[in-house]
Design a protein around this ligand. Structure first.
Ligand SMILES: [Fe+2]
Ligand SMILES: [Fe+2]
Length: 220
């Protein structure tokens, strides 16, 4: 295992030590779309010491069922991304839409930010439904059949990842970091907890595509 330091790229660090995802999330370090940056730069921007972050990574537990992504072939990578991320996240997207609409209609008067949140979320869901479908029906079959992917569709997917990341950031902002007000009911709680979990899962999903699958599938 390569020694980690300030020059290690943040995306590579998460690939090598999956427990780092939590540490980066805690410090607001973007490891999926910003995964190509050296740790030193990312820490500098967030005002946190590289040594502190490396120490936290060293003691972070990896998720119990995290696969060793670097050991999988391209075909297995596509299969595993679909199984592990696309299938459950499509379900989450539909479930959270129902909750977002319901909570906005019940509490939108007292908490107008919920209406803005629902609107942003529904836009994100529509984009991601399409995005997942393009990967499953176009990009992943190309990768499985040809053993690589032409750069233009990969670039489109990367751009869509950045756009999705931007909406996740806005959702977090509008909801005040998913902080629940005192009068929050169970649905309100389920929505905020569900969105926070979805954010974490989507970051991980995008990280695996941007920093593991795409670099290996590009033909140079
Ligand atoms: Fe995907
Ligand atoms: Fe994707």
């Amino acid at each position: 295992m390569a020694e980690l330091d300030g020059n290690s790229k943040v995306g590579d660090i998460v690939t090598q030590s999956p427990g780092a995802a939590k540490v980066f999330a805690r410090h607001g370090i973007d490891f999926c779309c910003g995964g190509g940056r050296p740790l030193g730069d990312a820490c500098g921007e967030r005002g946190v010491a590289v040594e502190k972050v490396l120490a936290e990574i060293a003691s972070a537990d990896a998720p119990a069922d995290a696969p060793d992504w670097s050991a999988l072939g391209l075909e297995q990578l596509c299969d595993e991304i679909e199984r592990r991320y696309h299938v459950p996240q499509l379900e989450d997207l539909a479930r959270l839409e129902g909750l977002a609409r319901k909570v906005a209609s019940v509490h939108g008067e007292r908490h107008p930010e919920l209406r803005q949140l629902a609107e942003l979320y529904i836009g994100l869901k529509e984009e991601l439904d399409q995005h997942f479908m393009k990967e499953e029906q176009v990009l992943f079959p190309m990768i499985r059949q040809m053993g690589h992917a032409p750069p233009p569709p990969v670039e489109v997917m990367r751009r869509e990842h950045v756009e999705a990341g931007d909406v996740l950031r806005k959702l977090r902002e509008v909801s005040g970091g998913y902080a629940l007000p005192e009068d929050a009911c169970n649905s309100y709680r389920a929505l905020y907890e569900g969105l926070a979990a979805f954010e974490r899962d989507l970051h991980e999903h995008i990280h695996v595509e941007n920093n593991v699958l795409f670099p290996r599938a590009l033909p140079y």
